[in-house]
Design a binder for this molecule. Sequence first.
Ligand SMILES: *[C@@H]1O[C@H](CO)[C@@H](O)[C@H](O)[C@H]1NC(C)=O
Length: 334
Amino acid sequence: MSAQWNKTMALALMLAALLPLCFVPCSAELQRFEQDAKADGSLSFLVVGDWGRRGLYNQTKVAHQMGIIGDKLDIDFTISTGDNFYDNGLTGVDDAAFFESFVKIYTAPSLQKPWYTVSVLGNHDYRGDVEAQLSPILREIDSRWICLRSFIVNAEIAEIFFVDTTPFVKKYFAEPEDHTYDWNGIRPRKQYLSNLLQDLDSALRRSTAKWKIVVGHHTIKSAGHHGNTHELALQLLPILQANDVDLYINGHDHCLEQISSTDSGIEFLTSGGGSKAWRGDVGWWNPKEMKFYYDGQGFMSVQITPTQIDIIFYDIFGNVLHKWSTSKQLYSTI
Ligand SMILES: *[C@@H]1O[C@H](CO)[C@@H](O)[C@H](O)[C@H]1NC(C)=O
């Protein structure tokens, strides 16, 4: 037998041994979208969450102010932190809620840019037909709609990592109560979560962007109605800390909130005031960390330059409720 044949045989055996590994869902690279920054390298966008209620609960007013601020800041895109359609997501790609809660609500010219509508599909969205919100058919109906489970937006100075947080939450599986969740594509859950965390970790590690932002639907830290999400604090947070993430942005609690972490450099920002709010049940939080809490409706803007991030929260009248900035030197500090 020739040495060549031996080599081929060895390779074939090796491949045969590896093959079965790929019958369980393999981890893979997260899908990437390239987002242009402005000519001067800066970037601006709005963040809104927990919104789709056919205009009710001040949704229309929030949308109107988003249009005005979006124009003023010349935004490049909008981020939705999930819970896109109440009460139970979409029933299918032909569900009128897509028009009544999205297309016909965010009509301002400045908002006709991509909506990175996370498959930070919120827990409410998971109760409907998840595949419908993920379907490319919706993008044919409204080209702004970019909705996946987990993905990355590369915007040059900033890289934004969208994480599907709903499957982390044990109680949706253990005690669904009278809700039906659509877990298609999520099982086996443990495998799904470990692949996702691994993909996120390696993408964050490889990132050379000046600013790293992670977006999820669920809170990691919050004084609002739902409070902290323990599963995320245990499983996701260590990865964000290890990779020097600058911001974690979420919805889920129907409020506007900023918590500065004393044990890491991460800022925790909640923008979940897209429609129904005013729960009135704010918990206690260490005032050293709690930079801002507003129980009502509104949204957030983010402006990014190579050296600075500016965050602003607005109410339904467009009033500035809270501002926060952070800066980094131009040169890298390796
Ligand atoms: C709409 O916003 C106003 C002003 O913040 C508030 O007083 C009112 O309660 C809100 N309406 C609803 C239904 O939340």
